[in-house]
Write a protein that binds this ligand. Structure first.
Ligand code: GUN
Ligand code: ZN
Length: 439
């Protein structure tokens, strides 16, 4: 229960730095097989050790299982669980046919509250303990997410969606009303416990220039605010932005001109950024939330991860449900691997898992709180089965005995490729068990 010192036994895996692209024996990987992870009364990590701790610790023996930091999903839409796996459309058509109708229902606070609870429980059941989330245009939908995350002790970043044009009338706000709602939500939720506010223009086409300017002014007034939006996802979308903002050099430049690009900016997709864009976003300290399953499902394109790295641009991992087809980070990491394979590249399990844990935490400025097993961080921790079912078990047994670096990468890569939320045994948030299989 709360306040009790806890020790979890299993195979601990986390990162101490960013692994190099393609390096399989990376010194950034910290693998501590059959160790104890110590969690203090405040839910913080107090250390790791090979030996059994004394009786003052509640011992939870998960030996033979893999223990990872909770995943951080840096771009996902709460109301879109209702339209996940909707057939046959590219981005703009998909928004109009499926997404906007689903988001309209969130005008009802009861729908928003039930949706937020269901969504956060689903994240936890998939091993994601932190998230950067889009609700809807409705103030109450952001409110519902903050309240539900607070109740679960989760690290959550969200903010009311800004959209004042090019969407159904029921989903539009206006500049003055939206500004008032943002200011009120910021005052009540930003910095409260583990919650933070993100200024959230949906994407350039659904905000007027005046609304984008207002969003930029909010960011300039408080450097601790996050900013989340979409950029350069789909070719037709990029063409439309060129038409709507003829004065801008590029899609990304629309955001730059109003001051939306900063250290706490999270831009989903970024498939069609050019080198000038990548350099600019890197210089501003922003990051791309790479959303591989969405990019494949909506036919948006193949993200050039090595080019992003070469420009010094941070890349974190995101499910982008409901454009994405699974909240499972492993499913998304495998899609990321396949996208790179199509481009003649190989994504290591280390680069992939780092981008879903420590790398995402660093890009969000949260590395003191989450993303790894460093002393004093909050114990957001997941316990996973190495293998479920005969195929994965046989594959795992081929690589399990050796712990030399090459074999370890092979084992973890097979785990990443063959596992999903069904492998999740239990999930802890700040040391509290928030999800356990079959209970
Ligand atoms: N661009 C603008 N809105 C959306 C959205 O809801 N999902 C995705 N994938 N792209 C968007
Ligand atoms: Zn999205």
């Amino acid at each position: 229960g709360p306040g009790r010192k806890l020790a979890l036994r299993g195979d601990l895996l986390d990162f101490t730095a960013q692994p190099d692209w393609g390096q399989l024996d990376s010194p950034a990987v910290r693998f501590q097989p059959d160790h104890w992870l110590l969690i203090d009364e405040a839910g913080r990590i107090a250390g790791t050790q090979p030996s059994e701790p004394d009786a003052s610790w509640q011992q939870v023996d998960r030996r033979g299982r893999l223990i990872l930091p909770g995943f951080i999903d840096t771009h996902v839409h709460c109301p879109q669980l209702d339209v996940i796996a909707s057939y046959g459309a590219e981005l703009l058509d998909w928004l109009n046919r499926y997404t906007f109708p689903a988001e309209r229902r969130y005008a009802d606070p009861a729908v928003a509250a039930a949706g937020a609870a269901r969504f956060l429980d689903a994240l936890l059941a998939h091993g994601s303990t932190s998230a950067v989330v889009f609700p809807t245009v409705h103030k109450g939908s952001a409110e519902a997410l903050f309240a539900a995350a607070e109740a679960r002790g989760m690290r959550l970043i969200t903010g009311k969606v800004l959209m004042d044009r090019h969407a159904p009338p029921e989903l539009l706000d206006d500049v003055a009303g939206a500004e008032r709602d943002c200011i009120d939500l910021i005052q009540r939720w930003h910095g409260k416990g583990r919650l933070a506010y993100a200024v959230t223009p949906r994407f350039a086409p659904t905000s007027s220039p005046a609304q984008l300017a207002m969003a930029g002014a909010l960011c300039r007034a408080d450097a601790s605010l996050y900013m989340q939006t979409h950029v350069a996802e789909n070719r037709e979308e990029v063409r439309w932005v060129t038409e709507l903002f003829p004065e801008a050099r590029s899609y990304l430049d629309v955001y730059e001109r109003v001051g939306l690009l900063h250290e706490r900016a999270i831009l989903a997709h970024g498939i069609w950024l050019d080198e000038t864009d990548r350099q600019l976003l890197a210089a501003r300290g922003g990051q791309v939330a790479h959303s591989p399953s969405s990019n494949l499902f909506l036919g948006s394109g193949l993200f050039d991860w090595p080019a992003a790295r070469a420009s010094g641009l941070g890349v974190s991992m995101a499910s982008d449900v409901g454009g994405g087809t699974s909240l499972s980070m492993q499913r998304n990491l495998l899609d990321a691997y396949k996208i790179q394979a199509l481009s003649g590249q190989r994504l290591s399990a280390w680069v992939a898992l780092h981008a879903a844990t420590r790398g995402a935490a660093e890009a969000l400025g949260l590395q003191q709180e989450v993303g790894h097993f460093g002393l004093g961080t909050l114990a957001d921790v997941c316990v996973w089965d190495w293998a479920r079912g005969p195929v994965a078990q046989a594959r795992d047994e081929r690589v399990a005995p050796g712990h030399e670096p090459q074999a370890l990468h092979e084992r973890v890569f097979a785990w990443m490729s063959l596992s999903d939320e069904r492998n999740l045994h239990s999930c802890y948030v700040a040391g509290q068990c928030r999800h356990q299989r079959d209970s």
